[in-house]
Write a protein that binds this ligand. Structure first.
Ligand code: SAH
Length: 397
């Protein structure tokens, strides 16, 4: 609380050094504000939306709120002088805004993209042109494990043929020995999706590994992984602490993705964990992550979370703790109705959208749950995204 009061007293000044691309790029909506002011803005938003359920803890910000993104995606194009540029699409257009370095992206990743720009010239690889359908390189995707130091580079091309492939890989590795794997992904469709279906490993194992909260996770080109690893630890530590596990509980990890939260819970004192996730690839990754970490008290299912919970409720099953981390749209009534029927003592709700969180908390409060703690965590400094973890417990009759 003291910290919040201190922050409130700070002058709500403007950011003296906003990024020069602030307006064109549109990725960092709050860059015109100083970092303390951004935190204040997010705190007020959460208080306005959720304050009626419970007092809101002060948001946990980052000590160093820069270069936190472990995943960087660059689009390629030619400028008017026919030079190769790389960067981001200008907000709601398909014009590439050149980016040399970005304040929130990993610096190594930005340097690798810069090297690829130079190598493309040497190797005569043309950037792909969406209008004409000509050219080869559509995107470059770089993922870096901040703890493991492993680096993945994905060359997204319009055709499976990458000329002088071996020499290109050699030159890239020479310039950046920290790269541990290189892939080619072929996307030959007219789509705004970055990755296509076909993937070929050009160097290394085809994936990277990263440590998080004492577990190791495999990250592939397509799998979802939280983009701010520093704050993810803060968020998950808080979520697990709120769950208050003693070693006996049956824990349900709903919307579990690649199983991160559930696996950490399984390792940190859950009796056993049941994970449910709609995306089949993510479930496959979750199962291999369980094996990789030698965790046996966990079971993953590929299903719609609402269907799965309603089947569990119909069979008269019960769970003690539910950890849920739905997408921006929040949960749905089918899920929430079955959740109430399963009657867990505790619900830990992780949300990336305080508006749908407000709606879902309202439902659960009317159904007999009480909000016990609300903790916002700044996962995405300089953007307007707000992450919150909430503990609810069943009101005893
Ligand atoms: N907890 C994970 C993933 C959270 S993202 C992590 O932090 O890594 C939300 C997840 O919900 C995504 O993996 C998405 O595929 C999944 N999802 C979306 N709708 C779903 C549904 N109806 N049922 C189950 N999972 C769903």
């Amino acid at each position: 609380m003291e910290e919040l009061e201190k922050r409130k007293r700070q002058p709500l000044e403007r950011n003296p050094n906003p990024c020069p691309l602030y307006r064109k790029c549109g990725g960092c909506q709050l860059q015109n504000m100083s970092y303390p002011r951004q935190l204040h803005w997010k705190q007020e938003l959460v208080e306005r939306l959720l304050g009626r359920f419970h007092k809101v803890n002060p948001i946990v910000g980052m000590k160093y709120p820069y270069h936190y993104r472990n995943k960087v995606q660059a689009a390629f194009a030619l400028n008017k002088k026919k030079q190769i540029i790389s960067g981001v699409y200008q907000a709601s257009t398909h014009r590439v805004v050149p980016v040399e370095s970005c304040m929130i992206e990993d610096e190594t990743a930005d340097q690798i993209v810069g090297t690829i720009r130079k190598l493309m010239k040497d190797f005569r690889m043309e950037p792909y042109n969406e209008d004409t359908g000509r050219g080869l390189v559509r995107h470059v995707l770089v993922k870096r494990g901040f703890v493991s130091g492993q680096v993945m580079v994905v060359m997204v091309t319009s055709s499976p043929i990458l000329p002088s492939k071996n020499n290109f890989v050699k030159a890239l590795r020479k310039a950046h020995p920290e790269i541990t794997t290189i892939l080619q992904n072929v996307n030959n469709r007219p789509t705004s999706m970055v990755l296509g279906d076909f993937e070929k490993v050009l160097y290394g194992p085809g994936y990277i590994e990263e440590a998080l909260c004492g577990c190791v996770f495999r990250i592939s080109a397509k799998s979802f992984y939280q983009i701010n690893p520093v704050q993810t630890e803060v968020l998950y530590d808080k979520a697990i602490a709120l769950a208050g596990l003693t070693g006996k509980e049956t824990v349900l990890d709903a919307y579990c993705g690649t199983g991160t939260i559930g696996l950490i819970a399984a390792k940190r004192g859950a009796g056993h964990v049941i994970g449910v996730e709609l995306n089949r690839d993510a479930v496959r990754d979750a199962i291999s992550n369980a094996k990789r970490n030698g965790i046996k008290n966990v079971y993953f299912y590929n299903a719609d979370a609402g269907d799965f919970l309603s089947a569990m409720a119909d069979e008269g099953e019960s769970v003690n703790v539910v950890l849920m981390d739905p997408p921006r749209a929040g949960s749905d009534e089918r899920f929430l109705t079955s959740l109430v029927a399963l009657s867990p003592n505790k619900i830990v709700y992780i949300s990336c959208n305080p508006e749908t969180l407000q709606r879902d908390l309202h439902f659960l409060v009317r159904a007999g749950y009480k909000v016990k703690e609300i903790q916002p965590v700044d996962m995405f400094p300089h953007t307007n995204h707000v992450e919150t973890v909430v503990l609810m417990s069943k009101v005893q009759e």
